[in-house]
Design a protein around this ligand. Structure first.
Ligand code: SF4
Length: 323
């Protein structure tokens, strides 16, 4: 069996603040294969975005620090690479698509200049060749009139078009992996579907892996192979997409699924998980979900559960399934 494209072992990321140490990512392990789409889901503050920034080694330091674990990407030890090599890896091997294209694009440069700059940062091509490649990329991400758009600035186009420009930049070096952090949250539903389909087309052409960070389980059901459910800095359930939707195990996963709007159900109100996620600077020893869990037991208040394999490939952190 070939090794995964991305292998994360016991990753830990902390922030040292005046209020104490915030343990944002607490020992997570997972892998992503070539051609695979993995969804990372959970509420805001669960550690999803800190995980993606850790993978790219983009945690602001100080106050943040990757304090432990291993990240192997395409055979390279990410945490041991010199910054120069790391810059090469970002872009050439892995590209990131952020939630807010407006703040990720430079407002003082034209769209064409920005994509050309991204191309020339990773390939030694002439300006004319970079321009041709930019036009082709704009066509690939279905930006109409690419020659005209190239001369425009970010504020002159719509949010959907800006996200397409970001995606064109992410595709420009043919990376083996895309990390997409809530790439469609700010967009309307039809544009969301178009953006997801662009990413899937790219994946098919390049056998690329996608790590999709989202709170939208509907998108996960449509495009993911595997799902990682994050809560309080840990992966509390890890499984195939079929397992998560047909046989969810962790009470938090079940709560997330129950809070999805159902076409068939005539509910007066949407169900939500009561309470708030815990303060990651003040975790006690028990299960971090205990104060919100309908199945809580005495042991949950004092002992944090470890991961148990409940079915082939399905891992759950919950005392209901532990030894
Ligand atoms: Fe609920 Fe206990 Fe399982 Fe935590 S360990 S999710 S509190 S049953």
């Amino acid at each position: 069996m070939s090794s995964p494209l991305l292998d994360v072992q016991n990753l830990q990321t902390e922030f040292y603040t005046s209020a104490g140490v915030i343990r944002a990512v607490r020992g997570i392990s997972f892998s992503v294969d070539r051609g695979e789409t993995v969804g990372l889901v959970g509420e805001s503050g669960s550690g999803k975005s800190v995980t993606s920034l850790s993978l790219m080694r983009l945690i602001p330091s100080p106050p943040g620090k990757i304090s432990g674990g291993k990240i192997i990407l395409d055979g390279q030890d990410v945490l041991a690479l010199p910054e120069r090599e790391m810059r090469k890896l970002r872009g050439e091997t892995v590209s990131m698509i952020f939630q807010d294209p407006f703040s990720s694009l430079n407002p003082t440069m034209t769209l064409g200049e920005q994509v050309m700059e991204a191309i020339r940062a990773h390939k030694s091509v002439s300006k004319a060749e970079a321009k041709n490649q930019t036009i082709e990329l704009f066509k690939a991400v279905r930006i109409p009139s690419p020659e005209i758009r190239m001369k425009q600035y970010p504020h002159q186009i719509s949010g959907g078009q800006r996200q397409r420009v970001m995606i064109a930049m992410a595709f420009s070096s043919n990376p083996s992996m895309l990390i997409a952090d809530e790439p469609t949250t700010a967009l309307d539903v039809t544009v969301q579907a178009q953006i997801m389909s662009l990413m899937q087309d790219f994946q098919k052409r390049n056998n690329a892996a996608i790590l999709l960070i989202t709170h939208d389980l509907g998108v996960v059901a449509e495009i993911c192979d595997k799902v990682l459910v994050m809560y309080a800095g840990q992966i509390v359930e890890q499984s195939t997409v079929e397992q998560i939707f047909n046989s969810p195990k962790h009470p938090y996963t079940i709560g997330l699924l129950e809070s999805l709007p159902q076409m068939s159900a005539h509910r007066a109100r949407l169900i939500s998980i009561p309470g708030q996620p815990p303060d990651l600077g003040k975790l006690t020893g028990g299960c971090p979900f205990a104060s919100r869990c309908t199945k809580v037991m005495d042991v949950c208040l004092t002992n944090e559960p470890g991961a148990t394999e409940v079915a082939p490939g399905q891992f759950v952190r919950c005392h209901l399934y532990g030894p």
